[in-house]
Design a binder for this molecule. Structure first.
Ligand code: FDA
Length: 307
């Protein structure tokens, strides 16, 4: 947990970001392991190759917490352009969006309008749009925005719940009532004790409880984890309840546990790869390092190759 905090602190470092930007996305650069590229065209190319192997996809245009409404407006326009490029490319129409990028911290009403704008462009083209979940302080507003837009008729809109937060089991009950599609994750943010479990075994136990509830009562659940034990438990639970592999999906991050992704696919599971792209890859990349500091080995190997 200390390493998670350390990497989150480093993620805010501008000098480190500038240094990383010089090398990270160069051909063969260390960030390419987890980030599909800086442009949507690069992400589409990677996505097309994954899709040809049988993977499902979701594209995430990287970028977080904007500081002006103009930036939020630009991010929403960029998402609309991405949707058009995805349509033109013929790859699967599925997007993941962070609301902090659309102005959540500045003005939730404008953020709602920005997300609506993306949905109005994407929904008629058959997209599914998933709202990622960010820090615990944003959960109430995020769920409220999703609820509002669902009530306005945007059915192909889903959300994410983090098993690390104590509140998430109650949130799950509300999302089940609304029939909102849920992606279940453990939670990528460093959260304090008053709001979140601090021990991995408690986060995992909550994940398993929520997984069981989602599998029996949920609307096509997405189990997003690379944890082989939880994945095995989910598969056992599904088969014990006669829930076929087409009634839920696993989701994993691009570049993480590629062996497990391929194995699950070959065993008949649905596996969606979360494919991030864009110039603002640094904070995302640092969270991946914080989850598994051994990933630093990729950085070192790639920097040594640079010389
Ligand atoms: P855990 O961290 O316990 O790891 C289990 C095993 O997976 C490890 O032992 C290791 O083998 C492997 N592993 C995990 N992370 C790795 C890494 N970075 N590199 C290499 N191996 C790794 N979070 C959030 O707060 N909001 C969100 O919206 C999302 N969205 C999201 C979408 C998708 C598709 C995924 C897969 C994940 C997210 N997350 C997220 C991130 C999530 O909360 C969590 O931080 C990571 O998935 C890591 O947790 P695991 O469930 O994999 O378990």
């Amino acid at each position: 947990m200390l390493s998670k905090a350390l990497f989150h602190a480093l993620a805010a470092s501008r000098p480190l970001e500038r240094l990383a930007s010089r090398y990270g996305m160069a051909p063969g650069g260390f960030a390419r392991r987890f980030v599909a590229g800086e442009t949507v065209a690069e992400a589409i190319e990677v996505g097309r190759a994954l899709q040809a192997r049988g993977f499902l996809l979701t594209l995430d245009q990287l970028g977080e917490r904007v500081s002006t409404l103009d930036e939020a407006d630009a991010a929403s326009r960029a998402y609309v352009r991405t949707a058009a490029e995805v349509v033109a490319s013929g790859i699967e129409r599925n997007l993941s969006v962070k609301l902090s990028q659309l102005g959540l911290h500045l003005d939730p009403a404008v953020c709602t309008d920005n997300l609506r704008r993306i949905l109005m462009a994407a929904a008629p083209q058959g997209f599914f749009v998933r709202v990622d979940m960010e820090e615990s302080s944003t959960v109430d507003t995020t769920l409220a925005i999703v609820k509002t837009l669902r009530e306005q008729g945007f059915d192909e809109l889903g959300v994410v719940l983090q098993s690390a937060l104590y509140r998430s089991e109650q949130d799950l009950a509300r999302m089940l009532e609304l029939r909102v599609r849920v992606r279940l994750v453990k939670g990528a943010y460093k959260e304090p004790k008053p709001v979140a479990y601090q021990k991995k075994r408690d986060v995992d136990a909550a994940y398993e409880r929520m997984m069981r509830r989602l599998m029996t009562e949920g609307n096509y659940p997405a189990l997003a984890t690379h944890d082989p034990v939880l994945i095995q438990r989910a598969r056992q639970f599904a088969s014990s309840r006669g829930i076929g592999p087409d009634r839920f999906e696993f989701q994993m991050l691009y570049g993480v546990r590629r062996d497990l992704q391929t194995a699950l696919l070959s065993e008949g599971c649905r596996v969606r790869v979360y494919l991030p792209f864009g110039r603002e890859w640094f904070p995302y990349y640092m969270r991946r390092l914080g989850e598994r500091p051994a990933n630093l080995a990729f950085v070192v190997r790639s920097l040594l190759r640079e010389r």
